[in-house]
Write a protein that binds this ligand. Structure first.
Ligand code: SAM
Ligand code: SF4
Length: 327
């Protein structure tokens, strides 16, 4: 097992396939002038499979594909086929816009769950938030995935004054729609203009929901990143990812691989290990992976002190933008 100095066992790898995206969510992509990774720097399908297989031989049991937009990669099918051969649970985080082209292949590859991002239920607001007009297609694809028996979690990044007034609308949507809506506290990354005042905390979300609904907390597994809740009589449920107000680092089992083949042991880690160059130079990957995990900080990449998250100066954080890490 890949074990860090806090005795956390790591069996979950998130692989970013690309930093390219067909949407432009401001909380994720710095601006229209963002410089995308050059294609020769990206891991190729065989390289992704080789690096992934190394992690699997070290105990990884779950792999999530992400990005950028993973389905925007032209060779996505080839990557999927190669990874489908590994003995892992394979999942995907997507903005859902291109899902209609890939849903059947994902199902054939054994994917049974998808996380799909949708920050608003309003077509006009979607256009403002993503700077693209893909709301109708995305909603259609979410419902098609549900219809085909996929377990769908809908990711909603909640930002004060932007979409927080839609929290109750999302809850109402789950009355008849069997999805888990996951409200995510807004996190700081390079170039995303974060400020503590824009974060809507888990407690604030729950306070708002309780004005109209009676909810029940469900059991949260140690390694889970979200706190789950249900509302009696609703076909769907909701959960809250409280990274800022109440981080869940104690049971963390996650590692990340960026699209240019660098290993990160935390979303907020400063350090990276270049596994792709090592692979291309014929160097062994396992010792590099072990070394990287031993440098994992106890909490939030070691970058957040004990101050309240509201006081945090995001300019002091050393990290990539979210789109180049892979969420
Ligand atoms: N393009 C895909 C998508 O949007 O689902 C996958 C990549 S995206 C970076 C992965 C997840 O990270 C999405 O659910 C997105 O909402 C979330 N995310 C991006 N920036 C974030 C931020 N600043 N704070 C919290 N979540 C963020
Ligand atoms: Fe693209 Fe996903 Fe980032 Fe939005 S959150 S810009 S869809 S990668």
């Amino acid at each position: 097992m890949i074990t860090d100095s806090y005795n956390r066992k790591h069996d979950y790898l998130r692989i970013s396939l690309t930093d390219v995206c067909n949407l432009r969510c401001s909380y994720c992509m710095p601006d229209e002038h963002y410089a995308f990774m050059q294609s020769e720097k990206l891991m190729q399908p065989k390289e992704i499979a080789t690096i992934a297989a190394t992690f699997v031989s070290m105990g990884v049991k779950r792999i999530r594909l992400t990005g950028g937009e993973p389905l925007a990669r032209r060779d996505f099918q080839e990557i999927l086929q190669r990874l489908a051969d590994l003995p892992v649970t394979l999942t995907l985080t997507t903005n859902g816009t291109l899902l209609h082209r890939h849903l059947d292949q994902l199902i054939n590859a054994g994917v049974t769950g998808l996380n799909i991002s949708l920050d608003t239920l309003s077509q006009d607001k979607y256009r403002l938030l993503t700077r693209r007009d893909q709301f109708v297609q995305t909603m259609r694809n979410i419902l098609a995935a549900v219809e085909k028996g996929i377990t769908v979690k809908v990711n909603v990044v909640v930002m004060k004054g932007v979409n927080d007034e839609e929290i109750l609308d999302f809850i109402a949507w789950t009355k008849h729609t069997p999805v888990e809506v996951r409200f995510i506290e807004f996190m700081p990354f390079d170039g995303n203009g974060w400020s503590g005042g824009q974060v809507v905390s888990e407690q604030e979300i729950l306070d708002l929901i309780s004005t109209k609904y009676t909810y029940q907390a469900l059991h949260r597994a140690l390694q889970a990143t979200s706190n789950p809740y249900m509302i009696p009589g609703h076909a769907g449920s909701f959960a809250i990812i409280s990274t800022m107000s109440s981080p869940f680092c104690a049971g963390c089992n996650r590692m990340r691989l960026t699209a240019d083949g660098r290993m990160k042991n935390c979303l907020f880690s400063k350090g990276e290990t270049d596994l792709l160059s090592a692979l291309r130079e014929g160097r062994a990957l396992k010792p590099l992976i072990e070394q990287n995990i031993l440098s994992k900080a106890e909490k939030l990449g070691g970058q957040f002190g004990d101050e309240s998250f509201r006081e945090l100066d995001s300019d002091q954080l050393i990290n990539r933008s979210m789109i180049s890490i892979g969420g």
